[in-house]
Design a protein around this ligand. Structure first.
Ligand SMILES: [Fe+2]
Length: 320
């Protein structure tokens, strides 16, 4: 059984591409809590957090999300004169933040901490013909805020590893949107969107959301650990952006500033641009751009704590 068939079991990869991929959400409820243990067990998760004690294995990248904590609150810091150096993650403080302050923890690119998970993600990237990465979300019980209602700019494949999580899934915000929320004037108000499904995702379950489907995720009465595999599909617009970049490096006219007066008159520039596209826009050129995008390695980052969210910064100040 291929990696993708295993992830989607009992749906086949063929049916997935025909009926769900970039079209519809897919929910698979398996009555097998340990389905994902071979890829990421609780022991592996402990190992990942232990790795954080040494920053040569792990990074802390402070997110700018609302409510994200200052990373000094959970880091070991060595001070040399007026220079502070972070040397690792304080596992005890992380556990306090998680259990006492109910702060969700996000470990991005966690696949780079575990060889077997990295192999799994690499195989999925091939099967989905995209750039995949895995983020781990550890969320305490009764967290009702988290990231709030939103949509993602990549497809998400959710593996619920432990506990459960409530997913409220709404209609898609347009067809496969590829710009940030503010670009579209997205309102973080769940009453504005048509709800499709409310589901408690249990350990062993799987959920696929195509890019753009609005969702809100909360925990119930249990701690939840889930893996979100994000997959960046190579779109036609990506290929054309790359194509434009390559043309601009070869044809001076494309790098020149556009003068607004040009639009009032017929101009030689437009004729030259038309000629360039007529001769250069070929399937072979686009195939080459697609190949270049495919070879670009986006998975080289070390695992890092993207953010530890908390209900308020004043809560966090009590953990010292
Ligand atoms: Fe999301």
């Amino acid at each position: 059984m291929s990696t993708l068939d295993w992830l989607l079991n009992p749906i086949t990869a063929k049916d997935f591409f025909e009926q769900f991929f970039e079209q519809n959400p897919l929910l698979i409820q398996r009555d097998q809590m340990d389905y994902y243990d071979s890829i990421l067990s609780i022991k592996d998760i402990e190992h990942v957090i232990d790795l954080g004690k040494n920053l040569s294995n792990f990074d802390i990248n402070q997110s700018t999300s609302d409510g994200a904590l200052d990373d000094n609150l959970y880091s070991f810091v060595v001070q040399e004169h007026n220079i502070k150096i972070k040397t690792g993650i304080d596992k005890i403080k992380i556990k306090q933040l998680l259990h006492k302050q109910k702060c969700p923890i996000v470990i991005s690119h966690v696949h780079n901490a575990l060889p077997k998970l990295k192999e799994f993600i690499d195989q999925l990237s091939i099967a989905l013909d995209g750039n995949c990465y895995a983020d781990m979300f550890i969320t305490p019980p009764l967290v009702s805020k988290g990231f709030g209602i939103h949509f993602d700019l990549n497809d998400v494949y959710v593996m619920q590893l432990y506990g459960n999580k409530r997913w409220e899934i709404y209609e898609s915000f347009g067809y496969l949107p590829d710009q940030p929320h503010f670009y579209y004037g997205f309102k973080r108000d769940d009453s504005k969107y048509r709800k499709l499904l409310s589901i408690d995702l249990e350990a062993g379950n799987f959920l696929y959301l195509p890019r753009g489907f609005i969702h809100n995720v909360t925990t119930r009465n249990k701690l939840s650990i889930h893996l979100t595999i994000g997959c960046l599909n190579r779109k036609w617009s990506d290929v054309l952006t790359r194509f434009n970049g390559e043309l601009a490096s070869r044809f001076d006219v494309l790098g020149q500033k556009v003068s607004t007066t040009i639009f009032n008159n017929s101009c030689n520039d437009l004729q030259e641009i038309r000629r360039i596209f007529e001769t250069e826009l070929t399937m072979k050129a686009l195939e080459s751009c697609h190949k270049n995008l495919k070879e670009r390695n986006s998975g080289a980052d070390r695992p890092h704590i993207t953010s530890i969210l908390c209900s308020s910064k004043s809560d966090a100040a009590t953990i010292k």
